[in-house]
Design a binder for this molecule. Sequence first.
Ligand code: SF4
Length: 219
Amino acid sequence: MSEDQLSALTEKILACEACHLKDSRTKIVPGIYGPVNGLCFIGEAPGYYEDKQGVPFIGRSGQLLDNMLADIGMKREEDISILNIIKCRPTTDEGKNRTPTESELRFCGERWLYKQLSILSPRLIVTIGGIPLKFFIPSAAVTKYVKKAFDTDLGIKLYVSYHPAYILRNYNLMEEYSEHFKDIKNLYDKLLNEQGIDQPKKQVLGSHSEQKSLTDFFG
Ligand code: SF4
């Protein structure tokens, strides 16, 4: 049932032309769906490569994220969902990546992200960087809240982490970043235990590249 709901929702996202960001995108990036009642990483918006391929967190940042997940025995899609608040790439007049505005975040996030979360019903959200954190907790600053967990108004626990691109620019934080993933695994296991849920795992039929071609088909 959830799979059908997610497919139906994804088709709607892939057809969305509700805001001006439709003009700067190459492909819409709906996200990667892991198991229901699972773990969900949330970033801000697609960048250059994500926009080209329709897949979130690829390139060097995505590789670092995947490596950190592998260290705690997890894989994207099989064990975790990866979503962005905004589904279309915001660009400058020169065609470069830019930080999304507050109103762009609210508009797309309330339109699609909340619906995705309501179907996926994650036990734990991990915010990747400062912008997703502020989306859920407007008064929060990542430097002050990093490595901490909070309850959100959605009734979902939230853990604050860095964006992998930030770690690639600040290699001295790599060890701390690795600690974040251990925290995430421990917290997630604890929440599942408390709720009497076995760790959910999704049966993934296609490889990552097959998933890309599915997105190509829709995009
Ligand atoms: S950014 Fe969001 S609301 Fe705007 S066109 Fe893309 S999917 Fe639709």
